[in-house]
Design a protein. Structure first.
Length: 315
């Protein structure tokens, strides 16, 4: 299997250099994307001798995003990690580096952040609710994102997965996401407002995973999305369609490993409830349908629906 997946990963990394790439569209949706942080500094000639303009240029380099999502259960890559309802707070700081923009490369930024999963349902009997058992996962990450020739985006990120509660031993992930913005393919009359499919390939290589060989994970996907106007506001609707594939990430119920792990779909809604007074605030809600390979020990019997409700603030 690795002989198949490794060449596919190499192709995914090489293809953007010939077809010009970007991780997701530049529309800056909440998760899974690597939009440019802030904006490019003001034109030096326009701001020459103006201290306020220089200060604005420095501020525009930084984008801070704080968020929290409530989920009915925590499933990742098709495996159940926490059956209990959880809250998932996160923080991300992006630093735009326009000095690295050259040729087809633009919107270069570096990012650092943290992501956490905290169980909120009652703890099992016999477990002290005052200890750290609710803190299932506590991650930190750092990476780079950039855009190539407007239509492609690339994000490369190092993750360190940890658990304050000791639910699992720490390990590393190296993630590469390549996404194509197909907006222009629909011309001036798309079937729906701001419609696009956003085909994407996510690849993750584990590092130093305890007690088993490090797995390579691939997630091809398309996410049809569009906007719906509701009075003075607009709601973004996205329908993810994705597969989970790996060389030996998916352990069989009766031994062995499987290439195919799951199929996932659902619907996600997001929008800005107060675009004039609170332009940085985004609310989101949705439901994901996970359909696993029933031969895989995923913790899912048949199928599973996960509901989510989240908010984020970007400055």
């Amino acid at each position: 299997m690795r002989q198949i997946l490794l060449p596919a990963l190499t192709l995914a990394a090489a293809f953007p250099t010939t077809a010009e790439a970007q991780e997701n569209s530049a529309e800056k949706t909440v998760q899974g994307e690597s939009p440019a942080a802030g904006g490019a500094p003001a034109d030096p000639e326009a701001s020459e001798g103006t201290e306020d303009a220089d200060a604005d240029a420095k501020v525009d380099r930084l984008t801070l995003t704080l968020g929290a999502t409530l989920v009915t259960s925590y499933i990742s890559r098709g495996l159940v990690f926490a059956a209990e309802a959880s809250v998932q707070p996160s923080a991300r700081l992006s630093v735009a580096v326009p000095e690295l923009d050259t040729g087809p490369v633009s919107d270069v930024s570096f990012h650092v952040g943290t992501w956490n999963n905290i169980k909120i349902e009652p703890t099992p009997g016999g477990v002290d609710p005052d200890d750290f058992n609710r803190f299932y996962e506590d991650d930190v990450y750092a990476g780079i994102a950039f855009q190539l020739a407007e239509d492609w985006s690339v994000s490369a990120t190092y993750y360190r997965y940890g658990s304050i509660s000791g639910a699992f031993a720490s390990y590393n992930d190296f993630e590469l996401i390549v996404t194509y913005d197909d907006t222009k393919l629909w011309g001036d009359t798309p079937p729906l407002k701001n419609f696009k499919l956003s085909p994407s390939l996510r690849s993750v290589q584990e590092g130093s995973r305890p007690n088993r060989r490090d797995a390579l994970y691939l997630q091809p996907s398309i996410t049809p999305s569009f906007d719906v106007d509701l009075g003075a506001t607009s709601v973004h609707v996205a329908v993810p369609l994705m597969l989970g594939l790996s060389d030996h990430y998916y352990d069989g119920r009766e031994g062995g490993t499987y290439t195919f792990g799951y199929f996932r779909t659902g619907v996600q809604f997001s929008g800005k409830p107060a675009p004039d007074t609170l332009p940085g605030l985004t609310l989101s809600a949705g439901a994901d349908l996970w359909i696993p390979n029933t031969k895989v020990a995923s913790g899912i019997d048949g199928h599973h629906i996960v509901g989510s409700l989240g908010l984020s603030w970007t400055h």
